[in-house]
Design a protein around this ligand. Structure first.
Ligand SMILES: Nc1ncnc2c1ncn2[C@@H]1O[C@H](COP(=O)(O)OP(=O)(O)OP(=O)(O)O)[C@@H](O)[C@H]1O
Ligand SMILES: [Zn+2]
Length: 466
């Protein structure tokens, strides 16, 4: 049974989607005025692992993630750099989409604000009609007092809330927020029933999520910074319009920090995803992001990434061992000791799934997989029991379906390459037996240059991908 920690109510709840067959998920995406960073990567990979796990459990999952392509920060960046806001958002959207592909994060649709202005206007018109919003000096504001549940999601009391950036005098209540912002000279605008202007930030997600997913969404989330005011405001807008419960499970990912501070474009302390992908590759990055449960923060350091790289290699090494055991075939019927090991392997695979069922606890799930690697090294390797090895390999496959960190190890192409490499090593062993060390050393060096390391021992040589 899958249980999730719902920010609304702050408790673990059994996951039962609105509609049995398909999970509707909406994640808040980036404001595209700078390079995406590894902090974004952390949140987007966390939702990717959730999606993959839900798919493994048999659900269809549709994940939508918006792109905020018009906003104050984009306009400022355009002014600073002397280009149009369209050029700024185009440049960084493209780069963001490339990064998601490289990071193997599957998102089914990326709606943009600027192409949904008509729908946003319609949404605001309906809120005005229903008495939840009002026009003031060319802008439209949401009337917080018209939604009694306001503050429930973020568990905040009215007095404690900070002021919004808009001119307070235009609002009935300081906590009201802009749905539509009246045009300021020199800024981009669209025509609307209230004159020239552009949408506020929160309204885009209410409009685009309901537009594509309907009035009931199973999972809605983003980073923890979005709980207030963004998600509180989204909820107020949408439920005021639909009149019913909108999001069933609100999930929020803890920050990726650098020197204990949230990594953020506006703070200027970012490590661009592009740079990190170039240095470590998608698998190590994903492994590192997922080595903490999504509600625990992750601190960036090169050392932590190096450590993830070594830990991932350990898992890959165990797969090579399992493949060899399977390839060599059974030597005898399984002994009692082998059957005990098989049971241990099965229970570790269950532990992996149970951890994922416990609010997507990828940290504990990963530790089960490392225990599986330990059993591989300490027991399976010596038992030569192909059934135990097959069960373990299947566990690693299940793990990879969720974590997506060892795709090469499980692709059909890799199996072919492995067979070819085995043949090269066999030829080299013959050369070494004939004492043709010049040639055998050359083969070793060429393989190393191409990312394959040979390990020589008295019994012969083995190889591994670097
Ligand atoms: N350091 C971080 N750790 C985890 N998630 C993050 C981090 N930074 C941003 N996110 C998440 O990524 C998504 C997009 O965020 P956004 O574009 O606002 O990035 P940002 O770097 O925080 O920008 P800004 O500094 O302008 O607020 C949101 O869901 C946000 O919560
Ligand atoms: Zn949003």
């Amino acid at each position: 049974m899958l249980r999730l920690f719902n920010t609304l109510g702050r408790r673990l709840e059994e996951f039962v989607p609105y509609y049995e067959d398909t999970v509707r998920m909406y994640v808040c995406g980036p404001t595209v005025y700078d390079e995406v960073h590894i902090g974004h990567g952390r949140t987007f990979v966390a939702f990717d692992a959730m999606t993959r796990y839900l798919r493994r459990k048999g659900y269809n999952v549709i994940r939508i993630q918006n792109i905020t392509d018009i906003d104050d920060k984009i306009i400022n960046k355009a002014k600073e750099t002397g280009v149009t806001w369209e050029e700024v958002s185009e440049l960084y959207s493209k780069s963001y989409l490339e990064m998601m592909t490289d990071l193997k994060v599957r998102i089914d649709l990326h709606p943009k604000v600027s192409t949904h202005i008509k729908e946003i206007i319609e949404f605001i018109e309906k809120l005005i009609e229903k008495g939840h919003a009002y026009l003031s000096n060319g802008s439209v504001y949401f009337d917080v007092n018209s939604y009694p549940k306001y503050g429930e999601l973020s568990n905040t009391r009215m007095e404690a809330w900070g002021q919004e950036e808009e001119a307070v005098k235009e609002k009935r209540n300081p906590y009201d927020f802009a749905l539509w912002k009246a045009n300021k000279p020199g800024e981009p605008f669209w025509e609307s029933p209230w004159g020239k202007g552009r949408p506020g930030w929160h309204i885009e997600c209410s409009t685009m999520s309901t537009r594509y997913l309907g009035s009931k969404i199973d999972i809605h989330g983003g980073g923890m910074d979005l709980v207030f005011p963004h998600h509180e405001n989204e909820r107020a807008q949408t439920e005021s319009l639909t009149g019913g419960t909108w999001v069933k499970y609100w999930l929020h990912v803890a920050f990726l920090t650098i020197r204990k501070e949230k990594m953020s474009k506006s703070k200027g302390n970012i490590v661009p995803l592009k740079e990190a992908l170039g240095k470590y590759g998608p698998s190590v990055l994903r492994y590192w992001f997922l080595s903490s449960q999504y509600r625990t923060s992750v601190e960036y350091s090169e050392e932590n990434l190096e450590q993830s790289s070594r830990a991932l290699q350990r898992l890959k090494d165990s797969i090579s061992i399992l493949r060899k055991i399977i390839q060599e075939g059974p030597k005898y019927y399984a002994k009692d000791e082998d059957i005990r090991t098989q049971k241990q392997v099965v229970s570790l695979v269950s532990k992996f799934n149970e951890s994922m069922d416990n609010d997507f606890d990828t940290a504990n799930a990963l530790s089960a997989i490392h225990e599986l690697a330990s059993v591989t090294f300490s027991k399976l390797q010596y038992s030569e029991d192909p059934l135990g090895a097959l069960i373990a390999l299947d566990g690693f496959r299940q793990f990879n379906e969720v974590f997506g960190v060892m795709d090469e190890e499980f692709s059909a192409e890799t199996e072919r390459i492995e067979k070819i490499l085995d043949s090269v090593v066999e030829i080299r062993n013959i050369l070494r037996k004939r004492q043709m060390y010049d040639l055998s050393d050359q083969i070793r060096d060429i393989l190393l240059k191409n990312g394959v390391k040979l390990l020589d021992s008295k019994e012969g040589s083995t190889w591994r991908f670097q």
